[in-house]
Design a protein around this ligand. Structure first.
Ligand SMILES: [Mg+2]
Length: 242
């Protein structure tokens, strides 16, 4: 949970609504902090034509399906970087290759597609995962949503249903990655500000100096020691407490 002023940005949940809420909050904080240019930069990720660069792992226990899928993807200009015939190999391939997208069959030996997707998403081994399945039952859909996959294709697969799903899934994956990175940066900035404020207070009390003088002292130490102001502030706090 990350707290920004009165707004709360929660990145614990995988649900899309949470991500969209978090994204809107981050955009509004960005505009407040850095102006509208930062806002437009957030959308630049959608402007690039990344199809040629999109790296895909194809997973299915049936060789013929893997071959068909790879053929379609290559014809459409995607880069098929690896193929796996079970969920275990899919996870290991993603660990090694870090693809943009995994096309994941569900019924597979050793580790099924849902469980493999859970590991890949939890450990952030790929930007996005799309499930391929012959089933569309409600119970199965609930599992797919809970795991956090970015798309779901019911077999038989054709380029008409495959390509739009891939494009949306990769775009969503990039967006969520960017949201997480932005949230981390904001969290770091807020933590640094909090530490510096606390260290300033300690110096002001101890040395009977003004807020400005305390700030300048932390900045001077940071430059002399080639360390961040946050680290200097934390050292001052630690020394004061112990
Ligand atoms: Mg299968």
């Amino acid at each position: 949970m990350l707290v920004i002023g009165k707004n709360q940005v929660s990145l614990d949940s995988q649900t899309e609504i949470d991500y969209i809420d978090a994204f809107i909050t981050i955009l509004s904080v960005k505009v407040q902090l850095y102006g509208f240019e930062a806002l437009t930069n957030s959308f630049n990720i959608f402007k690039e034509d990344n199809r040629m660069k999109c790296r895909i792992v194809v997973t299915d226990d049936e060789l013929i399906t893997r071959m068909d899928l790879s053929e379609i993807l290559k014809e459409e200009g995607y880069d098929v970087v690896g193929q796996a015939s079970d969920g275990f190999d899919a996870v290991e391939l993603c660990r090694k290759l870090r693809p943009d997208l995994v096309l994941m069959d569900v019924k597979m030996p050793i580790l099924d597609g849902i469980k493999a997707s859970r590991v890949i998403i939890k450990e952030e081994l790929a930007l996005s995962v799309v499930l391929l399945t012959a089933y569309s039952g409600i119970e199965f859909l609930e599992q797919a949503k809970e795991v956090g996959v970015m798309g779901y294709i019911v077999k038989p697969v054709s380029s008409q249903n495959l390509i739009p799903t891939i494009e949306i899934a990769v775009a969503k994956g990039k967006l969520i990655k960017k949201i997480k990175e932005d949230a981390e940066k904001l969290k770091d900035q807020l933590e640094a500000r909090k530490s510096i404020d606390r260290a300033k207070g300690i110096l002001m009390d101890k040395d009977k100096i003004s807020d400005n003088e305390a700030y300048n002292l932390i900045r001077k130490l940071s430059m002399e020691k080639h360390a961040s102001m946050k680290n200097i502030a934390n050292a001052i706090i630690m020394n004061h407490v112990e």
